[in-house]
Design a protein around this ligand. Structure first.
Ligand code: ZN
Length: 403
């Protein structure tokens, strides 16, 4: 796998265990193809680890309270909790349909509040965080308590995950949900840890912090810490999470003891109609919408696997058509009584996945077997009766494709 920090290929979990965290969704909209590509890529890694005999522990989160969710609820007039519940349910259906092995621990932001409060209180007590005054009307019964921000000067290793210069970090921070302009902060990059209660916004008991809700980065830092222990092997997500999200959450975990993920790994962003697929642009292809038109989710998964996890690519109708055709071809090849020997194909599958999770090469190995199997001119005398079953089980276990 490519370590996003060093740019080098590494084995993120060389021992007998693999502990990893993949950042989850904010459930205000359905799972689009870009999300699905990320979760399928990490699922492939998860399956490769299980196949290698490692004890793999997968932890993830769902950011079930955050600004985009509350904004969407407000603009559509839907209760935010109902919106979150509906979208979480849809996400689970999508992931199940796509054959993604679920995390052992899947924690919501709301659920994580008590642990986040304890962590933020500790950072404040240690001088690694500070309060920033809130505007009039904010802060519930204790407006003087203010919002809480991390003081990044408390962490000399801040910046070591992404290795970006300050100018780039500041630009990305503004672009990706940060608030560099917020008055009263010590440094523009300092991230929000605890947002005090605002009129019309949900808020939870924050102990000595006052009523409010967690910041996004500390939410993931705490859920990863409590699900995996610190440090852990790998934190992953789409390429746009490297900064600020993974830089910040790793910094929080470092100050909370033991460091965060040792390796960060990111998937290439998926474009559609000439632009990066994103909620703000509205150019989204939803997994649930494709499923609703009767598309076999295994064809969607094959369409995703046809691209290397690090590639930046553009989703087109041709991707889906190729996935549908490949699924039909594989199913036809497996329907015969016996077939060409499967051992070399299974070995090629494993080798492709071990080589920086090369899913396109893995598909090519199965394609080659299917082509031989379906060749009408093939001599069948040496066929192995069990070969289709072996291929089907290998493709299911390693690629997550149910045939
Ligand atoms: Zn996260």
């Amino acid at each position: 796998m490519l370590d996003s920090t060093t740019g080098e290929l590494v084995d993120p979990a060389p021992g007998g265990t693999a502990r990893f965290y993949v950042c989850g969704i904010t459930p205000y909209d359905a799972t689009h193809i870009g999300h699905a590509a990320t979760y399928v890529a990490f699922d492939l890694l998860h399956r490769a680890w299980i196949d290698a005999g490692k004890k793999a522990t997968f932890v993830s989160n769902v950011t079930d309270v955050d600004d985009p969710l509350l904004e969407r609820a407000a603009t559509t007039g839907v209760d935010w909790q109902r919106l979150a519940e509906e979208q979480v349910a849809l996400y689970r259906e999508d992931m199940t349909a796509l054959g993604v092995v679920p995390p052992v621990t899947w924690t919501g932001a709301v659920e994580s509040v008590p642990a986040v409060v304890e962590a933020v209180e500790r950072l404040l007590a240690e001088g690694a965080a500070y309060r920033v005054a809130v505007e009039p009307g904010a802060g519930g019964d204790d407006p003087h308590l203010g919002d809480v921000y991390a003081d990044l000067t408390a962490d000399p290793s801040f910046g070591s995950v992404s290795g970006l210069d300050t100018e780039t970090m500041t630009a990305l921070f503004a672009e990706r949900g940060g608030d560099p302009q917020r008055e009263g902060k010590k440094s523009p990059l300092d991230p929000l840890l605890w947002r005090r209660e605002r009129p019309g916004e949900p808020a939870w008991d924050g102990g000595s912090l006052g009523t409010g809700r967690p910041g996004w980065h500390v939410e993931c830092a705490i859920i990863a810490r409590d699900g995996l222990g610190l440090p852990f092997d790998l934190q992953g997500g789409g390429a746009d999470l490297l900064f600020p999200h993974h830089e910040m959450s790793t910094s929080h975990d470092r100050l909370l003891g033991g460091g965060g993920a040792r390796v960060h790994m990111h998937t290439g962003l998926v474009a559609y109609q000439g632009e990066k697929m994103s909620k703000s642009r509205g150019n989204l292809v939803f997994v649930s919408a494709l499923r609703a038109t009767g598309v076999d989710p295994m064809a969607i998964r094959l369409a995703l696997l046809a691209h290397h996890y690090r590639a930046e690519w553009e989703w087109t109708d041709a991707d889906l058509a190729a996935g549908v055709a490949r699924l039909a071809r594989w199913r036809a090849a497996l329907s015969g009584n016996g077939g060409p020997d499967a051992d070399a194909t299974v070995a090629a599958l494993r080798a492709a996945l071990a080589d920086d999770l090369d899913a396109p090469a893995a598909l090519a190995a199965v394609d080659a077997w299917a082509e031989r199997s379906l060749d009408p001119a093939r001599a069948t005398a040496g066929d192995d009766e069990g070969a289709p079953g072996v291929i089907a089980r290998a493709v299911d276990a390693l690629l997550g494709i149910r045939l």
